[in-house]
Design a protein around this ligand. Structure first.
Ligand code: NAP
Length: 251
């Protein structure tokens, strides 16, 4: 049997990058997948088409995770289409690397609203759908949570906050059969990291030189670990922060 057979999974920010890879891997393991996006309908539709062309089940649902009404609608759509929810992956996130002098209130709030508040809002609505049977939450954090880089003060703070939420909720969910874990990727080649100028930069080369496994990550590297954490193979893992970074962010 496939690892996620009969599971319903919501992946936020799945129109591209790491989220898209997680959506495809989950569907390949039998999950019915909700591909959430903020503005890239074309990207989300492409992910859904690739999944359905391969015999899987998926729908695309627009929704800004930082807006409560959007999140309520996203979960309603999930329930209407698939009858419930088993796995939430909080992947939607933005990174705005800025020197301290250039940080604006807008950049601060945008990053915290999407990366932190967005995750809280989706968790609040998802646990209603988990109900008595429980469920599984994966927060896509970052190695930058433990090892912040220069100009990444605000972004790193959002991910440290997200990891604190993971640990606090793992305890708060005691007795409710809800697992919650963080995955902390190293630098991964995505549309976002390419647009931010990391991929192909001197910073990437320096990073790779410090990485024991000697390369930048690919979205599939993260997605395969997300499948494991979402599956019953990880049934006794909760409240963990798992670095998936070629060794550069190991503890
Ligand atoms: P990406 O390529 O930029 O994709 C970001 C995704 O998030 C898109 O699907 C985007 O949707 C969605 N999104 C953005 N704001 C949203 C919002 N308000 N509501 C709903 N969806 C929203 O990003 P990525 O590089 O794959 O990163 C994904 C996650 O991994 C992020 O949380 C990031 O912090 C984390 N991460 C990435 C790296 C890396 O090197 N790439 C390393 C460590 C951690 P639209 O396309 O519709 O805007």
């Amino acid at each position: 049997m496939s690892k996620l057979e009969n599971k319903v999974a919501l992946i936020t920010g799945a129109s591209k990058g790491i989220g898209a890879a997680i959506a495809k891997h989950f569907a390949a393991e039998g999950a019915k997948v909700v591909v959430n996006y903020a503005s890239s309908k074309e990207g989300a539709d492409k992910v859904v088409k690739e999944i359905t062309d391969n015999g899987g089940t998926a729908i695309a649902v627009q929704g800004d995770v930082s807006k409560k009404d959007d999140v309520i609608r996203l979960l309603e759509e999930t329930k209407n289409q698939f009858g419930g929810l088993d796995v939430l992956v909080n992947n939607a996130g933005i990174y705005d690397y800025l020197p301290i002098e250039n940080i604006t209130e807008e950049s601060f709030h945008n990053q915290f609203n999407i990366n932190v508040l967005g995750s809280i809002l989706t968790i609040q609505e998802s646990i209603k759908l988990f109900g008595e049977k429980g469920g599984n939450i994966i927060n896509i954090s970052s190695g930058a949570s433990n090892s912040p880089l220069p100009t990444g003060s605000v972004y790193s703070a959002t991910k440290t906050a997200l990891d604190a939420i993971t640990v606090a909720l793992s305890k708060e969910f005691s007795g409710r059969n809800i697992r919650i874990n963080s995955i902390l990727p190293g630098i991964v080649e995505t549309e976002g990291s390419t647009a931010a100028g990391f991929i192909g930069s001197e910073a990437e080369a320096q990073f790779v030189s410090k990485t024991p496994l000697g390369r930048t990550g690919q979205p599939d590297d993260i997605a395969k670990v997300a499948v494991f954490i979402a599956s019953d193979d990880a049934a006794w893992i909760t409240g963990e922060k798992l670095a998936v970074s070629g060794g550069v962010y190991g503890f």
